[in-house]
Design a protein around this ligand. Structure first.
Ligand SMILES: *Cc1c(COP(=O)(O)O)cnc(C)c1O
Length: 311
């Protein structure tokens, strides 16, 4: 994957080198961590003989958007269970998903809350005859894809790796996959602690048990406090300004839900001298720029060959 070293005053002052792994450039429709999180899910769906996959998301979900695109390329029918009521015209995210063949089914907020309920899931799987992927691709197969991203990071080149966390699946996978003992910091975009740490621990441990080459060093940390009001909440003006300035100086676009908060959190830790002078950081840009796709060049390559090229 292309990497970009940033040149910004707050990095220079603290003597930190920051390199961004541009997974946002992977693909226009299937960018960032969703590319990795879907790969083994779809492989497993295929192995189990399913021709249809079903998953969940909000009306602006990067995961629904990516699932529709991946399903289309690999020949799966896709069903997206969308939180809330249908609102027409469709927003660009759902319109893309629909154009990629996804069947959109709307769930009331109360039904949507049952998205992890075993009975509810078994009922959906039976009714739609579909392989079910949880919201955000947050299962072991999702973490497994990110494990391979971790394995692809050069050993001992960085002192720390940073990534944004919604469910923590990506953090768990990358941390288990990194070669050596490099710590991986996950910046949570959620307001409350929830059960994210327990989930990360669970996926991390399972991958470590499964792969002899895994890290096994409990090399992950969750960082809280940079949610700026909570998931998907309107950004305060100072964060908007930070994002605009960052984009102008780096030519890297950020999304308001995840990567903007990630870089804001990193800047804050850098300014607090959390990392010592001379440290080299790798930040994984997890994408999520589907609303701004005009900026990114489209790669025409099959999903399988992209995956083996970057992992
Ligand atoms: C989905 C998403 C995340 C969150 O990933 P988790 O594995 O759920 O922690 C982070 N960044 C972007 C851009 C995303 O779309």
């Amino acid at each position: 994957m292309p990497k970009q070293v940033l040149s910004l005053p707050w990095l220079t002052e603290a003597g930190i080198e920051l390199c961004v792994r541009r997974d946002d450039l992977l693909d226009t429709e299937l960018s960032g961590n969703k590319f990795y999180k879907l790969f083994f899910n779809l492989e497993s769906a295929k192995q189990q003989g399913f021709s249809r996959v079903l998953t969940f998301g909000g009306a602006w979900s990067n995961h629904l958007h990516a699932t529709a695109a991946a399903g289309r390329r690999l020949g799966f029918e896709t069903i997206g269970l969308v939180r809330g009521e249908e609102s027409l015209p469709l927003n660009p995210c759902l319109q893309d998903a629909k154009n990629n063949g996804m069947r959109l089914v709307y769930l009331s907020r109360s039904d949507y809350q049952r998205k992890q309920d075993a009975d509810f899931l078994a009922d959906l799987a039976g009714r739609y005859q579909a392989y079910v992927i949880p919201e955000g691709g947050a299962n072991l197969e999702g973490a497994r894809g990110m494990y391979y991203l971790g394995q692809a990071i050069e050993k001992d080149t960085f002192d720390a790796i940073c990534i944004a966390c919604g469910t923590g699946t990506s953090l768990a996978g990358v941390a288990a996959g990194v070669l050596g003992s490099t710590p991986v910091y996950g910046f949570s975009v959620l307001k409350g602690p929830g059960d994210m740490a327990a989930k990360v621990r669970d996926f991390y441990q399972t991958l470590c048990d499964e792969y002899p080459k895994s890290s096994k060093l409990e090399n992950w940390r969750l960082i809280a406090g940079f949610h700026a009001g909570g998931y998907g909440k309107k950004l305060p003006a100072y964060l908007d300004a930070f994002g605009q300035e960052f984009e102008k100086k780096t030519d890297i676009l950020l999304d308001p839900i995840y990567t903007l908060k990630l870089f804001w959190g990193i800047r804050s830790l850098v300014e607090q001298r959390f990392w010592s002078r001379g440290s080299k950081l790798l930040v994984i840009h997890t994408g999520g720029l589907q609303g701004r796709r005009g900026f990114i060049s489209h790669k025409r390559e099959s999903y399988e060959s992209s995956f083996s090229r970057v992992c």
